[in-house]
Every structure is written in structure tokens, then in C-alpha cells.
Design a protein around this ligand. Structure first.
Ligand code: FAD
Length: 295
């Protein structure tokens, strides 16, 4: 017979943190519950106190604040998928959201839950990493900001302390000379990724790549940046990049990823898919940037 848990319903973020401080490891935040419910039912986690975040109204929003987009942690995945505020180079967030599980799930699952569950395959992780997003952590007494680069520590482990709540993700709006690409390979359209990845590149007025970020998911214990592949492209002229350089980027990625074999895929397949996706993303981005130079 499965144990029951005590249900707690805070109405503010600070009240939620106080519950967590009071019950510590015995309590878990519950956002959409799509990961948590499965983990509790399969007894992967213990849950004595469930701190339901869904009645805290000020954690659910997507808003523009000068040159930033701010997203509340309880924002549903389908709200991201359909948000007109996430356009142009931010559209990789919409694309990743639109490929996260089946449509019904996306009406319940939240961005905060996707990040805090810290699955290596979390679809919203790599877009936010390449976009240079930051996450706001709140406790009952203070708040701090953490770069998405430093958010994931291990499988199912984040930089959040036990008493902290993720409340907001802020994303700098890229300049209009930035292009992005999100790509995902799964066994079918509703499954979690075998490999997912995001790339962002910006060019200066002369068409020289001035900012390149490449991140991969499901190929290591956490989503990872492949900085050595980024360096190959930095400073390159978008009109002079040869296929040999693009292949080099793919090979570098294949060398750097550290995939495992599991029920979804062999490590070898993940490595090869990573190479192919890197090449595809670079070509997508160069095509996009070249069109803009012609305008
Ligand atoms: C059928 C199915 C298909 C799926 N497909 C995909 C897929 O394609 N891609 C993908 O990435 N995921 C997929 N998932 C996983 C899951 O749906 C997502 O990770 C989802 O976004 C989790 O959000 P949630 O709100 O349900 O999180 P919850 O289950 O509520 O929480 C997940 C974890 O995060 C913690 N948490 C939640 N919010 C906060 C917060 N604000 N601060 C601190 N901690 C917090 C919880 O305590 C818990 O440990 C799938 C799941 C199912 C069941």
C-alpha cells in the first residue's frame, strides 16, 4: 500500500519557501507534477509533504522588461509554445516547448519543473543555456541569480539549495543579427529526446561570427556546452565558411559528448546523431544569417 502525503497550499513564493524550510527534505515542490507523480508512484522519491505551487498566481507569466524576457517558473509549457513574445531568435524556446511530450502534457508541465527535475534530456535546458538565460532562486530571506550554464550539477541535481524555489528565468533579447536553431531526435514525436541541441550565433556588421553558443542534451549527465566547437566558428566570415569547417564542428561535437547506452539508444548512435545535428544546426544558422545580410 502506497504511503499518503500531506498536501500544503502556499499562496505566495515566500510562504512556499517557509514550508520547504520547515519540512526540509521531506517536502517537495509540486508544479505540474508530471515528473514528480511518476517518481513518487514508482517510489524513486519519498514525499511526506507536497508543497503545491499552482495556487501562487505570480509565478505564471511571460513578460517583456526592456531588453529582457522574464518567464515565471510555473508558466506552462503550452504557454511558451504559443507566446508571441518569444519570436525571432527566442523562437527556439517555442520550438523546444512545442516538442516537449504530447500536447495534453504541455498544458500541465511547467518550465520550472522541466529545469528543476534536471533530466539530461530536458528540452527547455539547451535553448536557455545558449541564450544566456539566468535563473532566480528565492529562499524566505534572500534571492540570488544563477547562470543557466551553472544551473545543472548532475542527473536530477541542480544548483538550488534545499530551501530555495526557482521563481523566474530571465533571457536577454538577442540582437537582430542573431540566429538560433533547436533540433531534437526522439524515438517518436512524444518521447523524451535521444539527443537534443541548441545553437545560437550572432554576426557583426561585416558578417563575422561574434558570439557562438552550442549546447547538447541527453549526451552527458547534464546538458553541456561544447566550447571547443564554438571556438572553431568564432571570428569566421559567414560567406567564407567551407563545408570542411562545418564537418570539423560536427566531429568536435562527436568527440566531446559523453553519451551512455540506455533503453532509448546506444551511446554510438547518440554520438553519431550529435555530429549530424551539429552540422545541420550550423547550416541552418548560416542560411538564416546570410539571408539577413542580403536584406
Ligand atoms: C508522457 C511524458 C512525456 C514527457 N516528454 C518529455 C519531453 O519530450 N521532453 C522533456 O523535456 N520532458 C518530458 N517529460 C517530462 C516532464 O513532463 C517535464 O520535465 C515537465 O516540464 C516537468 O514539469 P512539471 O511542472 O510537471 O514538474 P514537476 O513534476 O511538478 O516537478 C519536477 C521537479 O522539479 C521540482 N520543481 C518544480 N518546480 C520547482 C520550482 N519552481 N522550484 C524548485 N523546484 C521545483 C519538483 O520538486 C520536482 O523535483 C515527459 C513526461 C511524461 C510523463
Amino acid at each position: 500500500m502506497k504511503k499518503t502525503f500531506t498536501y500544503l497550499r502556499p499562496l505566495t513564493p515566500v510562504e512556499a519557501c517557509r514550508f520547504k524550510e520547515k519540512y526540509d527534505k521531506k517536502a517537495k515542490f509540486w508544479a505540474g507534477g508530471t515528473d514528480l507523480l511518476i517518481q513518487w508512484r514508482s517510489e524513486k522519491i519519498k514525499l511526506d509533504y507536497c508543497v503545491d505551487l499552482s495556487f501562487i498566481s505570480d509565478l505564471e507569466y511571460i513578460k517583456k522588461d526592456l531588453d529582457l524576457i522574464c518567464i515565471g517558473s510555473s508558466t506552462k509549457v503550452n504557454a511558451l509554445e504559443n507566446s508571441s513574445k518569444l519570436d525571432d531568435s527566442l523562437s527556439i524556446i517555442r520550438e523546444a516547448a512545442g516538442e516537449l511530450g504530447p500536447p495534453g502534457l504541455r498544458t500541465t508541465a511547467t518550465i520550472g519543473g522541466n529545469l528543476c527535475n534536471a533530466a539530461p534530456s530536458a528540452d527547455l535546458a539547451t535553448p536557455l543555456i545558449v541564450l544566456g538565460a539566468q535563473a532566480k532562486f528565492l529562499s524566505s530571506t534572500e534571492e540570488r541569480w544563477v547562470n543557466m550554464d551553472e544551473f545543472f550539477l548532475n542527473v536530477n541535481q541542480t544548483a538550488l539549495k534545499e530551501n530555495e524555489l526557482l521563481t523566474e528565468i530571465k533571457i536577454p533579447i538577442p540582437r537582430d543579427t542573431t540566429a538560433t536553431s533547436f533540433l531534437k531526435i526522439g524515438r517518436n514525436v512524444v518521447d523524451i529526446a535521444i539527443v537534443n541541441m541548441s545553437m545560437k550565433a550572432a554576426m557583426d556588421e561585416a558578417g563575422i561570427l561574434s558570439d557562438v553558443k552550442i549546447a547538447f542534451g541527453a549526451v552527458a549527465p547534464t546538458p553541456i556546452r561544447i566550447k571547443s566547437a564554438e571556438k572553431l566558428l568564432l571570428g569566421a566570415d559567414i560567406f567564407k565558411i567551407k563545408d570542411t569547417l562545418i564537418d570539423e564542428v560536427g566531429n568536435k561535437v562527436a568527440k566531446e559528448v559523453k553519451p551512455i547506452t540506455d533503453v532509448r539508444s546506444s551511446a554510438e548512435y547518440r554520438r553519431e546523431v550529435s555530429r549530424v545535428l551539429a552540422v545541420r544546426a550550423v547550416k541552418n544558422i548560416l542560411g538564416d544569417l546570410k539571408k539577413r545580410r542580403k536584406v
